[in-house]
Design a protein around this ligand. Structure first.
Ligand code: 5GP
Ligand code: MN
Length: 326
């Protein structure tokens, strides 16, 4: 792992076209970071395309560049590929991954996930990974400072929205004094904390709240109330007519219950296939559990895709929780 921005800045000076990608099922950090990169590299005259297999979350539409995201890979090879916030190479989606495996252009990673084997093995030209960073956007903020460019309000909004999102509103464990210092610099650069947080948080469709309430009713508690598990069925999402990402945050509601140390949300993607999100408290390692299923993430927030029955998945998670509690 290298942590040397001058190498990247030199590389940047040698290219014209850049393709930026975050990860599939994009979250606020990946959205804000990719759009911050776009603004940063365009400000020095580069031709930038932001690619995402899936749509960016609707409540980040206030970030500059949101509407310019391409969901199709351009035909032409870019001079440089930048991957942000993807804890494993395959998280960019199959199509881009295949392309990255073939291209001779440099590929650079900016990330803050716990370094996975797949990330280690992938032939990135440069890797900037700070596992302690509260959000990937912070790396791009540091880069912009090192490049000596003007820190604009639009750029600061993108960085701030990502930071606010990935720290759960400056609450999660990677929130440090530096996180607040960076936030203060972003506010100095013109960010309105209320405007950003209101745009992100106060626009939940009524049906998403109703669906959340229904799903919550069937919450199951395991291991003497230390584990909370919840299943969301395709039928429920369809009946309420909502986009699945609108209900994914329910896993945080489950973790917030008194006594819960591990929360697991199983969302059915198709019959027998679940997207699972884990949230933990303190020493319970959600990432270790996700790794067992081929996923990954952070110690207290991780995810994976599971093929099998809900009951079978829950049983394995409960067993791994008990192992960690020994
Ligand atoms: P979420 O539960 O919000 O989808 O994700 C929590 C964290 O785990 C995020 O940092 C996310 O990037 C990571 N994550 C979620 N699903 C997967 C997955 O299937 N594979 C890997 N490697 N990481 C994941
Ligand atoms: Mn992130």
């Amino acid at each position: 792992m290298t942590n040397n921005f001058p190498d990247f800045i030199t590389l940047l000076s040698q290219v014209n076209s850049i393709l930026i990608s975050g990860h599939i099922n994009p979250d606020g950090d990946c959205t804000g970071t990719a759009l911050a990169c776009k603004q940063l590299f365009e400000s020095i005259g580069k031709e930038v395309t932001v690619y995402s297999r899936d749509s960016y979350p609707y409540n980040f539409d206030f970030i500059k560049g949101y509407d310019a995201v391409s969901h199709e890979l351009p035909q032409q090879d870019a001079d440089l590929y930048i991957v942000v916030d993807a804890g494993a190479p395959h998280r960019v989606g199959d199509e881009l991954l295949e392309h990255l495996q073939k291209t001779s252009s440099p590929i650079v990673l900016f990330d803050h996930h716990e370094i996975s084997e797949q990330t280690q093995d992938f032939p990135y030209t440069l890797r900037y990974i700070d596992e302690n960073a509260p959000a990937t956007s912070v790396l791009i903020f540091r880069l912009a400072q090192e490049m000596g460019v003007e820190i604009t309000t639009d750029f600061s909004v993108a960085v701030y929205a990502a930071l606010l999102s990935d720290t759960g509103g400056f609450r999660y464990s990677k929130t440090t004094a530096e996180s607040f210092r960076i936030a203060a610099e972003l506010v100095d650069a013109g960010v309105s904390p209320w405007d950003v947080s209101s745009s992100m948080h106060n626009r939940i469709p009524l049906n998403a709240k109703r669906c959340t309430a229904e799903v919550m009713t069937d919450l199951q508690m395991r291991s003497d109330g230390k584990i909370g598990v919840i299943e969301i069925k395709i039928e429920q999402i369809e009946r309420y007519g909502i986009s699945p990402d609108l209900i994914d945050g329910i896993v945080n509601e489950v973790r917030s219950i008194d006594g819960v140390e591990l929360a697991a949300r199983f969302r059915e993607e198709k019959s027998g296939v679940y997207k699972v999100s884990l949230r933990s408290i303190g020493r319970i390692d959600a990432n270790a559990i996700a790794l067992r299923f081929g996923g990954g993430g952070h110690k207290n927030a991780a995810g994976f895709t599971f093929e099998g029955s809900y009951d079978a998945g829950v049983a394995i998670i409960e067993e791994m929780f008990r192992e960690q509690n020994k």
